[in-house]
Ligand binder design. Structure first.
Ligand code: ATP
Ligand code: MG
Length: 566
């Protein structure tokens, strides 16, 4: 490709609306342009990168017996109503009506439709297993589309669905996808980590996310410094040592005028926040619940959501609690609470002694609280968010935290969708059985952005070779060197090397700036000085290393560098 023809309008200035580096650099390198919030055009450079990622994804899916198909983006509401997700998906789903007022949506994911297809044509165990996938635009009306391609409302996803006759089959499919994902992200040149994940609204019971490690990642993960435990903070657990019980004392009410926060109360009473119990109220589908965690802990709302189910879950503001139950803001607690309010508590609360809680009376707290004695009607479960420094749930190691970008997720779904939609097969005994499913997604457009988050410097992108828009950038310093550059360009093209030739009539400074910005892995500069000695200057974008090659050896050297990427 000649750069004079390339539609890659580069920008000198960093666009103000772009907060993170991948978004800034993709705009500046002329890769993407915004059409609406979370909706982008992929210009030619981006399209080339996406195509490469998609090729890698296809190769690895095919290698694990995936079969590519294309499911419709426009999906009838009926199947979503059958699965029960028409309502669960809520405002994130783009909904539309046809001229006959029939309801449709733009697919945010494709479990329903693929299950319907399989159900229609799979009869017997002999037709299974199946691993069906597609690479296609997905539509989600995200509440906060942001960070460019990271969280789009229209984005590219590879989604594969596995259909097996039993749990063993599902396990095999799940492992196959784990292997495939590991190869996909390795081949893309990314540093990543599979972590245990919450399976969320999609259903199912086992799930892992593939996280690209990057400072700008939206996801918080923890990992053990000793074993291979790693988990999304939404899912993570830990072992916490609890102090031995002291002597049991009598429950006492103490005045704590104006001390409304955990910090204020613990300062005032000269105790540690960990000796207090935090009482929070949540609104749910079935009314208000109270949630207790140790004063130094945070409620993990994902864990809580999984526990209480339903569609609605929000932290009720104190004023609402005051209005509903006449409870005083800042002084609420579990002892003597209205029996209509179900209480859930984190496991650690059960082990507390001589704790402090609100007295449900303005200006007072209770001390010497023994949870089992003073508020026995409580459901204990794991509800807290783990903290770095705590002990790994599997070994003696310590947990550390890191930020990640979720580029893929794999789920064991089980029979959630086959049951809802009636997808069955006849087993060897001729008995009807539900198909066991799994689903597996890769955010293709997000992966491109994630690659930039890991590979950039102050001058621009540093593409990993396997997904770079071009492999070699030939830059002719001025018009005088153009004939030689053109010749080299032809030779490289003939050798199958994806080459961009900067043949533009621009100052060398502009050309080099653009080259750094676009980030092609090898830059070959043809300038007057080198050429006088029959040499070119070579610069590797990843390392910044420089070399000189003779004109005659360029093609051989490039081929050597590209290796299996040729
Ligand atoms: P997130 O938690 O980031 O909202 P998700 O868990 O809802 O994502 P999945 O349903 O697991 O997403 O989708 C599979 C993959 O698609 C994700 O791992 C992610 O890489 C990508 N993806 C999801 N939502 C978006 C989005 N809004 N923009 C770009 N990529 C996305
Ligand atoms: Mg996910």
């Amino acid at each position: 490709m000649r750069q004079s023809n390339l539609f890659a309008p580069t920008l000198r200035e960093t666009p103000a609306e772009a907060e993170i580096i991948s978004h800034q650099l993709m705009l500046r390198a002329g890769m993407i342009r915004k059409s609406a919030a979370g909706v982008y055009t992929y210009l030619p450079l981006a399209q080339r990168v996406l195509r490469k990622i998609m090729t890698i994804v296809r190769e690895e899916m095919d290698r694990e017996d995936g079969q590519e198909l294309a499911l419709p983006i426009v999906q009838p509401a009926e199947i979503w109503k059958e699965s029960g997700r028409w309502d669960v998906y809520g405002p994130e789903m783009f909904r539309l009506e046809d001229r006959h007022h029939r309801e449709f949506c733009l697919g945010p994911t494709h479990e329903e439709i693929v299950t319907t297809i399989v159900k229609g044509d799979v009869r017997s165990y002999r037709d299974l297993p199946l691993r069906l996938y597609q690479i296609q635009n997905k539509y989600r009306d995200e509440i906060r589309p942001r960070f460019g391609l990271m969280r789009g409302r229209e984005f590219i996803m590879k989604d594969l669905y596995s259909f097996d006759i039993d749990e063993t089959g599902l396990e095999e499919s799940y492992r196959a996808m784990y292997r495939a994902y590991t190869r996909v992200f390795s081949r893309c040149g990314l540093k990543f980590r599979p972590v245990e994940a919450d399976s969320g609204a999609i259903g199912g019971n086992a799930s892992q996310e593939f996280m690209v490690l990057a400072e700008n990642g939206e996801a918080l993960i923890v990992y053990c410094d000793h074993c291979d435990y790693a988990a999304n903070i939404e899912k993570a657990t830990s072992q916490v040592q609890v102090e031995a019980a002291g002597s049991v004392k009598e429950l006492e009410r103490v005045a704590t005028p104006n001390q409304k926060t955990i910090e204020a109360v613990s300062d005032f009473l000269k105790v540690k926040p960990a000796d207090t119990i935090k009482t929070l109220f949540y609104g749910t589908d079935s009314g208000y619940i109270a949630v207790l965690v140790r004063g130094d802990d945070q409620v993990n709302e994902i864990k809580l959501g999984n526990l209480v189910g339903g569609n609605k879950l929000y932290l009720a503001p104190p004023e609402e609690i005051n209005q509903q139950f006449g409870l005083p803001v800042g002084f609420v607690g579990p002892v003597g609470l209205d029996a209509k309010i179900t209480i859930y508590a984190d496991n650690l609360v059960e082990e507390m002694h001589n704790a402090v809680v609100g007295a449900n009376q303005e200006g007072y707290h209770l001390v010497n609280v023994e949870p089992l004695r003073d508020f026995p009607e409580v459901t204990y479960t794991n509800l807290r968010t783990v903290k770095p420094g705590e002990q790994c749930p599997h070994c003696q190691g310590r947990l550390h935290d890191a930020r990640g970008i979720e580029v893929g997720q794999i789920f064991k779904l089980g029979t959630k969708y086959s049951k809802a939609l009636g997808a069955t097969f006849l087993d060897e005994q001729g008995k009807s059985q539900l198909i066991i499913m799994g689903c597996y997604g890769i955010g293709v457009s997000r992966t491109m952005a994630a690659a930039i988050e890991q590979h950039f410097d102050e001058n621009g992108i540093k593409w990993p070779l396997a997904i770079a828009p071009f492999q070699v950038h030939v830059v002719s310093v001025s018009a005088d060197q153009l004939p030689v550059a053109e010749d080299l360009y032809r030779q490289l093209n003939d050798a199958g090397v994806e080459t961009l030739l900067d043949d533009r009539n621009e100052r060398p400074g502009v050309k080099f700036k653009d080259a750094d910005l676009i980030g092609i892995p090898v830059r070959i500069t043809i300038g007057p000085k080198g050429l006088a000695q029959g040499e070119v200057e070579v610069k590797y974008r990843q390392t910044g290393a420089e070399e000189r090659w003779t004109l005659a050896e360029v093609v051989t050297k490039v081929k050597e560098y590209l290796g299996s990427n040729l």
